[in-house]
Design a protein around this ligand. Structure first.
Ligand code: NDP
Ligand code: GUE
Length: 284
């Protein structure tokens, strides 16, 4: 029987620490940290995530601004919004919700965000810093995964870690963070052969594929730590992870649920990154 680690609970602890730090800034009459979120189009899932991010900012006492743009926005108009936020001294963090509607180039938008305001950690400068082990902004979902591992009491050093998925947003950066903490890392993807056998060697298994319940008990080594990043919607509209919780939970040592697992941690790490950007902007 696995120990179930709730990101929602871990998030409560971290968010209350962040609230205290922000309350202390307010008490001394300081400028407040601020996150700007750009949402282009009407994707309902994106709208729901963005609402979650705004709520979380309010909860810890941080300022937030939502810039809602129509799906018909041109690339140049979107770039101009980013430039305005880059130049605004009250804005510490800028996040452009992905995916963008068809016809808009997200790579170009990400490159336009000032690296010191790139709280998503997607700008090539921050990607490079992660690889060079220099201080920069690290993507929020991978950071959330690492925080959950630490809360499980797991030190990745020397352990076999398998990451299922190699996207720039999740798989690649979480693999790099594990390597930076001295795990022996294998990255799997759609071309990987013998996938269940490779995964079953993992002491730490991170699932970030976007395939509902793909990871069944035969992918999991007895006692492994399993982190489920997947957010998939079932036919009934329920959220389901990439891990088949019912079959894996009896075999794993630790497991994170969906919902209330990695999702809330992603938002918590976004708040943490925004406060970090603020402190750098304030010269602390
Ligand atoms: N909890 C959270 O906060 C977040 C959750 N997510 C969720 O995480 C999941 C992954 O997101 P993201 O990385 O953006 O997704 P992508 O679709 O960008 O990447 C999916 C990766 O999984 C691999 N893959 C797909 N199908 C298979 C398969 N059958 N066997 C092996 N590998 C496969 C792909 O391989 P290849 O490269 O070969 O195509 C790719 O590397 C999604 O469910 C997403 O909703 C994402 C962001 C945040
Ligand atoms: N620029 C950018 N940065 C992102 O970080 C980013 C993005 N674009 N695009 C989409 C993905 C996805 N993502 C999630 C955030 C929170 C939850 C979350 O809070 N989930 C809750 C449930 C929320 C619900 O009920 O809908 C949970 O798992 O418990 C999920 C997914 C961030 N992403």
């Amino acid at each position: 029987m696995a120990q179930v680690i709730y990101g929602s609970e871990v998030s409560k602890d971290i968010r209350s620490e962040l609230s205290e730090q922000i309350a202390a800034l307010r008490a001394s009459g300081r400028r407040m940290p601020k996150l700007a979120v750009i949402l282009v189009g009407e994707n309902p899932a994106s709208l729901s995530y963005v609402t979650g991010k705004e709520k979380a900012c309010t909860q810890v006492g941080m300022e937030s601004e939502l810039i809602k743009l129509p799906a018909s926005t041109s690339q140049e108009e979107l770039m101009a919004v980013v430039r305005r936020l880059n130049a605004d001294p009250n804005v510490d963090g800028i996040l452009c919700q992905l995916p963008l509607p068809d016809g808009l180039d997200s790579a170009q938008v990400i490159r336009e965000i000032r690296p010191d305001k790139d709280v998503d950690g997607f700008h090539p400068i921050n990607v490079g810093k992660l690889h060079l082990k220099e201080d920069g902004f690290v993507p929020c979902t991978p950071l959330g995964c690492m925080e959950l591992l630490h809360r499980m009491g797991i030190n990745p050093a020397g352990k076999r870690a398998v990451v299922l998925g190699r996207s720039n947003l999740v798989g690649a950066p979480v693999a790099r963070l594990l390597l930076n903490e001295n795990a022996t890392v294998t990255i799997c993807h759609s071309k990987t052969e013998n996938l269940p056998q490779v995964c079953a060697e993992a002491d730490i298994l991170i699932a970030a594929v976007g395939r509902a319940k793909m990871v069944t008990a035969d992918y999991v080594k007895e006692g492994a730590a399993v982190i489920d990043v997947g957010i998939n919607r079932s036919a009934e509209g329920k959220l389901v992870g990439d891990v088949d919780f019912a079959s894996v939970e009896p075999k794993a040592g630790f497991i994170t649920p969906v919902p209330k697992g990695v999702g809330p941690m992603t938002i918590t790490m976004l708040l943490k990154n925004t406060l970090k950007a603020y402190r750098q902007h304030e010269g602390e």
